[in-house]
Write a protein that binds this ligand. Structure first.
Ligand SMILES: Nc1nc2c(ncn2[C@@H]2O[C@H](COP(=O)(O)OP(=O)(O)OP(=O)(O)O)[C@@H](O)[C@H]2O)c(=O)[nH]1
Ligand SMILES: [Mg+2]
Length: 374
């Protein structure tokens, strides 16, 4: 298959930790300015693209470094970028967020832990990169930092990478090499697949809930506008309304299953492109693609237990005489519909939940069949 996949990676961290140096190191050329002292990289995000292999493009984003007194504007900038990228299409979200910490600092501040946790909570795979690991006697600090990060965030040891961004000539005349890049690229590839299998079901869930909520609002509006004083419980009108709710619900459910198929197929294309890079071409055959349960019959039944109880209560509470009687009957009918709609909304939500579980399982199934080349 000739499809090209893309992965978006964002580099974050305080000013001076070595974000731009890492950026340049990954590209293999000094694309951007680095330096000690005052903040070097200006406000904003700066993107460049490199092909990791013929089928995989890496879009790497360098960022404005955080300084103590600019914490709020920095957070706002990052949040805006994350929101912009937190969308339906795989190609449009961040698949890895690299959070840089300098091993020279020898400690991890609460602010950093808080940021890492916030990023990870939203399902973003966070890779912590410890820079300056070439500095003398830094080993004990690295171990201490690893311990704090794994204890206080959900980031595991395999996602903490030790890096030196620069090759250096020492006073002794010896040359040290930059290191850590291969491991970062490896984690970026793994994260791309992991990110797809963890985010797709969440996207389906969000889209599904939006659709169901819309259905519910529209149906309630029909009840409000359509159930009048005149013969509110006529069988003919009731049949027409139920038919409207029913067909509309069926449409919603069809849209949800289509969405689920589309998300799965999109993910499957990515897995396909990747299969050549995995040992043993372990792409699992997915034969049982998306078996979604059929929607159950969807009419508000007279005998519906909840609906009749609620309607009955209202009916007893309001005496049925004259105009007041008509009002009572109308209100009773509305309440009866509202309860029925609530009941059916829950039913739709259950069906959505099954779709989400199926999508999740199917993606996990392919994911587990793959093990990426180191
Ligand atoms: N020894 C060593 N020095 C590094 C390493 N990474 C970065 N530096 C140095 O640290 C300083 C800051 O690096 P930058 O890459 O500009 O840091 P930054 O995070 O982009 O900083 P801002 O753009 O200000 O936010 C520079 O002098 C780099 O040469 C590293 O791994 N080892
Ligand atoms: Mg910079």
């Amino acid at each position: 298959m000739d499809k090209t996949c893309e992965t978006n990676v964002l580099i974050l961290g305080k000013t001076g930790v070595g974000k731009t140096s890492l950026f340049n190191y990954i590209f293999g050329v000094d694309l951007m300015k680095t330096g000690a002292g005052r903040p070097v990289t200006g406000m904003g995000l700066f993107e460049e693209t490199i092909a990791l292999n013929p089928n995989l493009l890496l879009h790497l984003y360098d960022s404005w470094g955080l300084e103590a007194d600019k914490s709020e504007s920095w957070k706002a900038l990052i949040q805006k970028a994350l929101d912009q990228h937190n969308v339906r299409e795989i190609k449009d979200w961040f698949h890895t967020i690299i959070y840089c910490l300098s091993a020279k600092a020898a400690r991890v501040e609460d602010f950093d832990l808080e940021m890492i946790n916030t990023l990870a909570k939203d399902g973003n795979p966070v890779l912590v990169v410890l820079t300056h690991c070439d500095v003398m006697n830094v080993k004990p600090s690295i171990e201490a930092m690893r311990k704090v990060i794994t204890e206080k965030t959900s980031v595991q040891n395999q996602d903490i990478v030790e890096v030196s961004n620069h090759a250096k000539k020492l006073l002794s005349g010896k040359q040290t090499e930059a290191f850590g890049k291969e491991q970062i690229i490896h984690r970026i590839k793994v994260n791309l697949l992991g990110s797809i299998s963890s985010k797709m079901p969440k996207i389906l869930e969000d889209i599904g809930h939006q659709k169901i909520d819309q259905w519910y609002r529209d149906c309630l509006e029909v009840v409000e506008k359509n159930v009048g004083f005149l013969n509110p419980s006529s069988a003919k009108k009731e049949q027409a309304r139920n038919q409207y709710f029913d067909i509309y619900a069926q449409d919603i459910f069809d849209e949800i299953t289509k969405e689920s198929d589309a998300l799965f197929n999109e993910a499957y294309d990515y897995y396909n492109v990747f299969s050549s890079q995995f040992f043993g071409n372990a792409l699992v055959e997915v034969s049982n693609q998306q078996k979604t349960p059929q929607i159950t019959h969807f009419q508000i039944k007279k005998g519906d237990k909840i609906a009749s109880t609620i309607a009955g209560t209202i009916f007893l509470a309001i005496p049925v005489v004259g105009l007041l009687g008509k009002f009572a009957i109308r209100e009773k009918t509305k309440a009866y519909y509202r309860e029925g709609l609530r009941h059916n909304k829950a039913l739709l939500e259950n069906l959505l939940e099954s779709c989400v579980v199926i999508l999740n399982d199917e993606l996990k199934k392919i994911n587990s069949g793959l093990s990426i080349e180191a």
